[in-house]
Design a protein around this ligand. Sequence first.
Ligand code: GDP
Length: 197
Amino acid sequence: MANKDQQFVTSAVKAVDFPKSNLPRIAFFGRSNVGKSSLINTLMNRKNLARTSSTPGKTQTVNFYLATDNSYQLVDYPGYGYAKLGKKKRAEINQMIRTTVSEIDNLRGIVQLVDGRIPTQPVDLEFEKFLNQVGVPQMIAVTKTDKVKKSEIGKLENRIEKDFGENVEMVEYLLTSTVSKRGITDLKTWISELTNF
Ligand code: GDP
């Protein structure tokens, strides 16, 4: 695959093809369209990161990127729960995620993105539970919070705490936005605490 992205390391569909790494890694998960590419671009201070296409029929790869300061690698998983992909393809992606996450060499943390504009989706809770069992620190990044009215932010926080604290001990969460840049510094700090040692 042609790729001019200097920070692009590799892409793989099978764990056996995941590159080994001396660098710590942080993996990113979320439903398609949750804002994962935008968030990864923001974390990498980039406008256009080569992105996995969510187009039905295209190979859904796990992409490895080197962070701007070369201190860690970002592992970008294909979006789950994309309706247009159809049931079979969706199931394949879910299965791929489930069988490969524990195979990521040097994984230090997991960021799970959930869309702050819509109610909690069952598939997000399923993945929260699964990702929690991987055994590395987990952060819920609530996305697109610039679209949430100030007066609704408290309600959003309560809902996230209630829904995501129901099945597993409450994992950490951050309200984020790539538009207003809310939460970005905090997320960077969380990542650097997990990767700088
Ligand atoms: P992905 O499919 O998870 O990689 O999602 P993208 O990053 O491609 O974003 C999906 C859509 O949500 C695009 O139209 C983005 O412009 C939009 N989006 C992403 N992040 C934000 C955000 O923080 N605020 C707002 N308002 N829109 C966002």
